[in-house]
Write a protein that binds this ligand. Structure first.
Ligand SMILES: CC(=O)N[C@H]1[C@@H](OP(=O)(O)OP(=O)(O)OC[C@H]2O[C@@H](n3ccc(=O)[nH]c3=O)[C@H](O)[C@@H]2O)O[C@H](CO)[C@@H](O)[C@@H]1O[C@H](C)C(=O)N[C@@H](C)C(=O)N[C@H](CCC(=O)O)C(=O)O
Ligand SMILES: Nc1ncnc2c1ncn2[C@@H]1O[C@H](COP(=O)(O)OP(=O)(O)OP(=O)(O)O)[C@@H](O)[C@H]1O
Ligand SMILES: N[C@H](CCC[C@H](N)C(=O)O)C(=O)O
Ligand SMILES: [Mg+2]
Length: 487
């Protein structure tokens, strides 16, 4: 492709060389450069990509896009200066892949909790309505029926555009994707055209990255600020920040709520282990998903389907058959002792509280609730004592353990969790760093009919210890232990 076409709509500040040359790709990682590629130097969070300009040229890059002027220019290399190279990267990647989002209906979902559930339900709903769809989520990326491993909630700009290209080529009508706050902040979605955006909720998370809650809100809002006027924006008005999110969007605004008047109004009628009965805009329907928080997720999905022109009755009929995403309130009952185990991706205080509140509502008698929970290393430390307190307040017994320690000391993470605990909570918990042992202990503590929540890792099939991802699957470990216990 001609460089000048790759540069379409890029705000160039200065140019050194000719744009009438052929380029073979756009790349921001010097390690992935191939001959004839454009290297875009992005100021990263950890490292500055400008440090790798020479490396990229060595590997065959013929064009360098930068925002900090390099000390020296090499001969025969085209140099382009831009104000923000992360934005330029998104726009150039979109151009290089033929602007795939223009040929798809792309819907983005943002919020602290519920993104994967909402995006996955949308994918399942529209697939069941007969469309070919794509999904970009924390659990996996799907193109039609081809399932690919996901490394991020929202892929980097180049991978994102390449995946959307694959979707367009595979004949997808729709692409449903999660939009993380990291992705918005790092401009991974620059150059992408959305037909709609959804907001689930915002609570404390990722303060390691965004520093303050206000900044976290501002970044999430940027997604809606960037939507065009022919798109729709749907928000949860039961969330304190729901209206703020849409304050400055050009998109057509819609709301959903269980508590107040809204365009998409839900009324919860039943909430049990067999599912939810909810009326949506006065149409009573049974859903297979469990828990009030899923009532919100279902309302968001319903709203998006209506905004996308689907028939109300048909949507409810198909939606009522769907199950949620893997590792989200994923429960099973042991054959002998009827112990209920629930694997859930709750890794924020709010998510944990919601899941435990749901469990409390589902209890029928004096069943004990035993929670196994840890907190991720190299992530928001402020959530540790809060999650620990929530777990102790809403469970009969808690086993603190490791989530993904990453580069941190697992014992120190548990100590951070314990440090903020009120005295009343102290008698309730045990600390066992080894997650397998922790799950085993919880099962040993459980009696007939008791409920065990294993929180934090959901669908994850690994445990990241010091950068090494060892195979670990909560559901697999539970099954193994139950087998041993009840044989
Ligand atoms: C904190 C964070 O978000 N980091 C992301 C960010 O990394 P970074 O800015 O630090 O980039 P870097 O690796 O230091 O490098 C800077 C630049 O130099 C380049 N480079 C680097 C090394 C080299 O040898 N050559 C080279 O060219 C890199 O390609 C990059 O362009 O940009 C990288 C490329 O896009 C991401 O892979 C990386 O995700 C890391 C691995 C990560 O763990 N991110 C998590 C926190 C994340 O993004 N999570 C959200 C979901 C969160 C949620 O909703 O719960 C997600 O969307 O997945
Ligand atoms: N609407 C909601 N409100 C509050 N909590 C929710 C909601 N939906 C799901 N949860 C809880 O949050 C956990 C994560 O849900 P989900 O994976 O859908 O969110 P996410 O926003 O994609 O998370 P991540 O940012 O980690 O990708 C679930 O396991 C559940 O405990
Ligand atoms: N997308 C989130 C997932 C957290 C999952 C939890 N298991 C952990 O490792 O903290 C993050 O990267 O912060
Ligand atoms: Mg997700």
């Amino acid at each position: 492709m001609l460089l000048q076409d790759v540069l379409y709509k890029v705000a160039i500040q200065s140019l050194n060389g000719s744009t009438a040359i052929d380029v073979s790709g756009v790349q921001s990682d010097s390690r992935k450069i191939a001959a004839g590629n454009v290297f875009v130097a992005v100021k990263g969070v950890g490292v500055d990509g400008h440090l790798f300009i020479d490396k990229a040229i060595e590997k065959g890059a013929t064009v360098v896009v930068y925002q900090t002027t390099p000390e020296a220019f090499q001969q025969d290399i085209v140099y382009i200066s831009v104000e923000n190279s992360a934005i330029a990267l998104g726009v150039m990647a979109a151009n290089f892949y033929g602007n795939p989002s223009a040929g798809l209906k792309v819907v983005g979902v943002t919020g602290t909790n519920g993104k994967t559930t909402i995006a996955t339900l949308l994918y399942k709903l529209f697939t069941s309505l007969g469309y070919t769809c794509g999904l970009l989520s924390t659990v996996n990326n799907i193109i039609g029926d081809k399932v690919l491993e996901a490394t991020h909630t929202t892929p980097d700009a180049v991978s994102l555009q390449a995946l959307l290209r694959e979707m367009a080529d595979a004949g997808c009508d729709y692409a449903f994707m999660e939009v993380s706050s990291h992705a918005v902040h790092q401009h991974r979605i620059a150059g992408l055209q959305f037909v709609g955006g959804l907001f689930s909720n915002i609570t404390h998370d990722h303060l390691d990255y965004h520093q303050t809650f206000d900044e976290y809100i501002r970044v999430k809002k940027m997604f809606f600020d960037g939507l065009p006027n022919n798109a729709f924006a749907i928000t949860n008005v039961d969330d304190k920040r729901g209206l703020v999110m849409l304050q400055n969007t050009a998109a057509k605004k819609y709301s959903y709520s269980i508590k107040t008047l809204a365009d998409f109004k839900g009324k919860l009628i039943e909430n049990t282990l067999t599912g939810l009965v909810m009326s949506i805009n006065d149409q009573e329907t049974h859903f297979r998903l469990i828990g009030e928080f899923n009532a919100y997720n279902l309302l968001a999905v319903y709203g998006a389907a209506i905004c996308l022109g689907q028939d109300k009755m048909e949507v409810l009929q198909h939606l009522s058959m769907l199950t949620g995403a893997e590792g989200r309130f994923d429960f099973s009952v042991s054959p002998k002792e009827q112990i209920i185990t629930i694997v859930d991706y709750a890794h924020t205080p709010d998510a944990l509280l919601n899941v435990l509140a749901t469990i409390k509502k589902l209890k029928q008698g004096n069943e004990k609730v035993i929670t196994v929970v840890g907190c991720g290393g190299d992530r928001d430390k402020t959530k540790r004592p809060v999650m620990a307190t929530v777990a102790c307040e809403h469970s009969d017994k808690v086993v603190f353990t490791s989530d993904n320690p990453r580069t941190e000391d697992p014992a120190q993470i548990i100590k951070d969790m314990e440090d903020g605990l009120p005295v009343s909570a102290r008698r309730k918990y045990l600390a066992i760093t080894d997650r397998r042992e922790a799950i085993k202990t919880a099962l040993n503590l459980a009696g007939e009919g008791d409920i065990i929540l294993v929180a934090g890792k959901g669908h994850e099939k690994y445990q990241d210890i010091n950068g090494v991802k060892n195979h670990f699957d909560d559901k697999e470990v539970i099954a193994e232990m139950i087998e041993l216990l009840e044989k």
